[in-house]
Design a protein around this ligand. Structure first.
Ligand SMILES: [Zn+2]
Length: 337
């Protein structure tokens, strides 16, 4: 059973199975859900089921062994077209969809989708990072969506529908994907040997909020280092704000000085602080202590907001740890601040 290798998303599989068995597959789908939850693997597996020689299309299954299946798995199937935003780019290059400037409309995904299938009975396109399409790309794609080539299917993958032009959105059937459950994500982390320690895996799964790509990032040395700094300072009996800020800032600087990068990782500092405070909160019995921890957690959420409102990162962090230290020192005084 090919779908057994995919964690979660059973309802979405059923959705497509019903559509296929009623011969009601749409030409274009918008697969919506946060990064790193398996949308692309889902779309590829779906294509494999549609291409497989040994299984009826209506079963929405794949044998995993026929030449079609093997080509999909090896990423060499001539009728499965995929594009994504290259690493480091902030926009999906128009050339990938519409062809280079000199050959606009005579190459690229939209052109190739209209060609006759080479080995399967239809062509399938996967546009990952669809939210990063430029207006030019979107307009090019729109023509394809308005007159879809016979039998073709396009999957547009995006974390949210807001960043997709309404004209594109209205021509696609949306399918919403939920983040992976903590249990599924823990399993995936262990299966992929991102860590072999079960408790690290489950802690990471909670922090990653259902996203495998976030979990991967969390398990890389840089973020582990940043987390260790936050854990170290927050688990001390009394938080020392100046030293905490100095160490956190030094750890943040390892990610580079780009302000949007700093802001992103400062967000992780807050997440790690929240994680630590929640752990403590689970352990305390004394209501006064629980109250203090609750106030500290609220203060962290305030910093999240400040970071989103583009308050300078150093100011956010200084204010945060200063406030946390004060709240920790004495509940009453701090609550009025
Ligand atoms: Zn097969």
């Amino acid at each position: 059973m090919i779908w057994d290798s995919i964690k979660g998303h059973a309802a979405q599989v059923e959705h497509f199975r019903r559509a296929v068995s009623r011969q009601r597959l749409a030409h274009a789908y918008l697969l919506v859900g946060t990064h790193g939850i398996g949308k692309r693997l889902f779309a590829r597996t779906l294509a494999q089921c549609l291409f497989c020689e040994r299984m009826e299309e209506s079963a929405l299954e794949a044998c995993g062994e026929c030449p079609q299946c093997q080509q999909v798995r090896a990423n060499t199937h001539p009728d499965l077209l995929t594009v994504e935003c290259p690493e480091g780019k902030r926009e999906l290059p128009v050339a990938l969809l519409m062809g280079s400037r000199e050959r606009r409309g005579r190459e690229g995904l939209c052109y190739e989708l209209a060609l006759r299938p080479m080995s399967a009975t239809r062509r399938v396109a996967i546009v990952d990072d669809a939210e990063l399409m430029s207006e030019e790309s979107a307009n090019g794609l729109l023509k394809t969506l308005e007159e879809p080539p016979q039998g073709s299917i396009i999957f547009l993958l995006t974390p949210d529908t807001d960043s997709i032009l309404p004209t594109i959105r209205s021509r696609c059937q949306p399918v919403q994907f939920a983040p992976l459950s903590d249990a599924d994500l823990t399993d995936l982390i262990l299966e992929q040997h991102l860590t072999d320690d079960a408790s690290t895996a489950s802690q990471t799964a909670v922090l990653a909020q259902g996203s495998l790509s976030t979990a991967k990032e969390l398990l890389e040395p840089e973020l582990r280092g940043l987390r260790a700094v936050v854990v170290h300072h927050l688990s001390a009996p009394g938080i020392q704000p100046l030293r905490t800020v100095a160490d956190v800032t030094a750890a943040l600087d390892k990610f580079g000085s780009d302000s949007s990068v700093q802001r992103k990782y400062a967000g992780w500092v807050v997440q790690f602080a929240v994680e630590q405070l929640r752990l403590k909160l689970h352990k305390v019995n004394d209501p006064t202590q629980a109250d203090i921890l609750g106030t500290m957690l609220e203060r962290c959420l305030e910093t999240e907001l400040h970071l989103r409102q583009t308050m300078p990162v150093p100011m956010c962090l200084e204010a945060l740890f200063d406030a946390l230290a004060r709240i920790q020192r004495g509940g009453e005084l701090a609550r009025s601040v």
